[in-house]
Each structure stands twice: as C-alpha cells, then as structure tokens.
Design a protein around this ligand. Structure first.
Ligand code: BES
Ligand code: MN
Ligand code: ZN
Length: 495
C-alpha cells in the first residue's frame, strides 16, 4: 500500500473516494461541511432523509456526486461528539476501510485526522489511519494455491492542511514503520510450524538485520547455549528434531554508553505440550506460540526503520516443544544458567523454561529495563479474555509507563499482582523451584517463576496468550503488542 500526505484542497484532489465524518445530531466534520457546501447540501439532505444517523461505524457510500469533481464520498459515523474517544476513532476508521475494501476504488483520501480528540495530536491521528487501514488489507496467501481475491485499493492519502503537514509527515513515517512491523509479525506468526521453525525465524532476523547498518543479528546455536549452561532452555529442544536458536538482535541507535532496553520474546514455533501432551482440539493454534518472538523481531525492524535514538536488544529463544524419547519428563530436574535448579512438574510449562535462561543471559547487556512478551498461560485468557494482555513486573515506574503507552496505542494491558505470597505455590521438595504452581492464579505464578530470574534488573512481563491471535473463523495473528511496544519506545525516545 502506498501511503502519503495530501495538502491539496478537496475540490482539487485526484482520488477515487474521499472519506469524511459526521457525528450524531447532524454535526459535520470540516471536510464533510466543505463538501456539503459545494454540493448543494448533498450530505445534509441525506441526513435529513434518514439515510445515515451518524452512529459510530455507520457508513454511507455516495457513488456519484453531482456537479462535483469528486468521484465518490464515503460518510462515516463517528457517534456523539462529546463521547468521542481514541478507541471510537479507530472503530470508525475500521468501518471505513472495510467498506472501501469491498469497492473498486484504487485510491482513497481520508480526511478524518482533522477530528477533535482530546490530548491526541495530528501525528497520532495520522499514524492510526495507517495502522488501522493496513491491518484491514493484510491478506495471508503464502500457502494457498488459490489466492484470495485481490483488494483494488493501492493508494491511501491522508489529507492535512499546511499548518499540520509537518506533524502529519512524522505520523506517516511512524505509521508506515509500525504497520510494516505488524505485517511482518503477523506473517511469521500465521506461517505453519513446518515452515516457520526456529531456523526460519533466525534466518528472518538475519535478513532484517542486513537491511540496516546499526542493526546486527547473532544466532546462538545449541552448542553455544551448552557452553553458557542454558540447561533449562536446552531441555525443551531436546525433544524436537528442530535445533533451538537464541536469536539476538542488537540495535544501536543511541549513545554508545546508553544502557539498552532489552526485549525478550517467547519463540516456541510449535507447542504440543511435550510428554504432558495437550488435548487435540485447537492444538494447531500452538503454532502461534512464537508470537512474542515475532513481535520482538518486528519491533526491532521498526525501531531501525525509524532510527530511534535508543539502544535496543531483542532476544528470541526459539524451539519446538515435542514429545520424544529424549524429551523432558515430569519429575525431571534441570539446572538453569543461573544455577537455580528446576523441577519439571509439567512439560507443557515450557515457555518459562526458555525465558528463564534468556533472562539470565540478558544480564550481560547491563540493561536499563527488560520486557518479556510471551504467550505464556491459558490462564491469562481465562482472566482477561482477548481484550487485554496481562502485565506483571517488579518495577512500578516501568509498569506505569507500559500502561500509559498501552492507552495511547489502544493496545490494552491490565496489571496483575506479583506478590510474595504467590511464590509459595512454586515450592519443590526436590529442586529450588517447580515449573508450575498449580491451578490457581496460573498467570501470576508463571510470572513469579520468571521473577526469580529477573532479580537484578527492572523487569516487566506481558502475557499475550489472549491477544496475539484471533481464534474461530477469523483465525489469524493480530500483531499485538507491536503497537504498545512501539509507543513505549517512542515515548522513551522523545520523553
Ligand atoms: N503456550 C502455552 C500457553 C497458551 C495456552 C497460550 C493456550 C494460549 C492458549 C503454554 O506453553 C502452556 O502450555 N501453558 C500451560 C501452563 C500450565 C501447564 C501451568 C497452560 O496454560 O496450560
Ligand atoms: Mn506449553
Ligand atoms: Zn507454550
């Protein structure tokens, strides 16, 4: 998709369709008013007739505009002006692109960045148009011999007056970089486990690093991890024919001495549960158990594309979790890189076994903060559903910054407690800790486990089990939490 900023007045535009907004109570956005005044009150007349009320996400396509140079006008309802919000803005955009997608329009001009939204600038509003539109036109076709119907739309213009053009251009660059990162994340996640293996993920990371001079990739092989004593991580890949990889991306955009932000993403390219085998129903979705890792790779690409003035390390421990004669068995005891011993009570709690050694490895970077993202627990889905990612951490300031970023990015998180009392559940009679803490508070005890390997730095954990992909007839990766992390990084870069 070609995205650009357009400052020409609406009557001079060359476009197949202009998108304008109306609120309930017959209120028009400035561009809707302009068109209304130049078309003998066409829009007002349609409202008068009751063809559109202005409810949020309502749409009305005017396919012919008499006595006008405009080819088409799409009116989008925004809802009540006094209740308008960031989320409703995105919802209206989503309705608009859904309508456009189904038409023959090859180009479209969106005027909706002009709407009033408290606390949100033109830059943000521009960026959201690109994020929402690009999400809607994503189509997975890699492994289909019969390709999905092509979307005619090729060009999206965002109209911005000269006064806000500079802001719009920044939003455009951010929007494109974030949308590209989301595309990349979704594609890697949607690919099946027999194509997207740990080796595939590592190759992708190397390819991306080659495109930017200040982004480099290093892949730790099993022999390297052996030397580092990563007994916990390696115990998971032992049951798989695919060799594990620890993908290390290093982006140096900040001052040489500036401490890095370390992002760690769980990269299980397929999680069968291992010897504690999962039930059959829906097991295909465990190809998505690498969404955290895909997000980290996407975010590093976007950070490099935007040349953010930060140092960022991306670590993706990647493996399969399979049943095998050499796989972990319940009762096995592992020695992690930290020296702590772990009793494997359930081989399906494998994510934390990879993450704990990666957290220990992260210490070598002397991190400013460490944020891990993982499709870690089914319990998170039970607790928060598919709306919010779970957030836990050992530092209030970091958690608050992530909550603020999630609100700005409309990529929700909800914090859960990480209190000492929960650590009780991880007690083991035979090792320093057990890898599971029973049925109760599964998301909390998983984070408690990780916290034991994150004692020496500021750390936050995002459980994205409910938010990284959609299930059912719209099954597919969402690209979350790329928007949240990008907002956090943008805030860090400019704050
Ligand atoms: N990858 C799963 C978590 C998961 C399950 C994500 C369902 C999304 C949907 C993880 O490795 C896992 O299996 N966790 C176990 C932990 C349990 C054994 C303590 C779970 O959630 O059942
Ligand atoms: Mn598992
Ligand atoms: Zn898993």
């Amino acid at each position: 998709m070609d995205y650009s900023i357009e400052s020409l007045s609406l009557d001079k535009l060359e476009t197949d369709c202009v998108i304008v907004g109306i609120y309930t109570n017959q209120q028009l956005t400035p561009s809707a008013s302009f068109i209304d005044n130049n078309t003998h009150q066409l829009i007002s007349n349609l409202i008068e007739r009751g063809d559109i009320k202005g409810k949020n996400s309502e749409t009305l396509m005017i396919n012919v505009v008499p006595d006008s140079s405009l080819a088409r006008v799409l009116i989008v309802g925004l809802g009540d002006a006094d209740k308008f919000s960031a989320k409703l803005y995105r919802k209206a955009l989503s309705a608009a692109i859904k309508t456009i997608k189904a038409t023959s329009c090859g180009s479209v001009t969106c005027t909706l960045a002009e709407v009033e939204l408290k606390g949100l600038d033109f830059q943000w509003k521009t960026r959201q148009i690109i994020e929402v539109f690009n999400d809607a036109v994503y189509q997975y076709s890699q492994t289909k011999s019969i390709k999905p119907a092509v979307i005619n739309l090729k060009k999206v213009q965002i109209s911005a007056s000269e006064a806000v053009k500079a802001d719009a251009e920044i939003g455009l660059a951010q929007g494109i970089a974030i949308a590209n990162a989301i595309d990349l994340t979704k594609l890697m996640a949607d690919l099946p486990g027999n194509i997207c293996t740990p080796t595939y993920l590592a190759d992708e990371a190397v390819k991306i690093a080659e495109a930017f001079p200040n982004l480099s990739a290093e892949i730790l092989e099993e022999a390297d991890m052996e030397k580092l004593g990563m007994g916990s991580l390696l115990s998971v890949s032992r049951g798989s024919r695919q060799p594990a990889k620890l993908i290390c991306l290093n982006y140096q955009g900040g001052a040489a001495q500036a401490k890095p932000i370390v992002l760690i993403g769980k990269g299980l390219t397929f999680d069968s549960g291992g010897i504690s085998l999962k039930a059959g129903a829906g097991m295909d979705e465990m190809k998505y158990d690498m969404c955290g890792g895909a997000t980290v790779i996407g975010v590093l690409q976007a950070a490099a594309q935007l040349a953010l003035p930060l140092n960022i390390i991306g670590l993706v421990p990647s493996s399969e979790n399979m049943p095998d004669g050499d796989a972990n068995k319940p009762g096995d005891i592992l020695t992690s890189m930290s020296g702590k011993t772990i009793e494997v009570l359930n081989t399906d709690a494998e994510g934390r076994l990879l993450l704990c050694d990666t957290l220990t490895y992260a210490e070598k970077y002397n991190p400013d903060v460490v944020i891990d993202l993982a499709t870690l627990t089914g319990a998170c889905l039970v607790a928060l559903g598919r709306v919010a990612s779970g957030l836990l951490g050992n530092d209030d300031e970091l958690c608050d910054a992530l909550i603020r970023a999630s609100e700005t990015a409309c990529d929700s998180v909800w914090r859960l407690p990480l209190w000492e009392e929960y650590q009780e559940q991880l007690k083991s009679n035979f090792a320093d800790l057990a890898n599971v803490g029973g049925r109760d508070a599964g998301t909390v005890t998983a984070a408690c486990f990780l916290s034991r390997f994150a004692e020496d730095f500021r750390w936050a954990h995002l459980d994205i089990a409910g938010t990284a992909w959609r299930t059912g007839s719209h099954k597919g990766a969402t690209g979350r939490p790329v928007p949240l992390l990008m907002q956090y990084l943008l805030d860090r870069a400019h704050g």
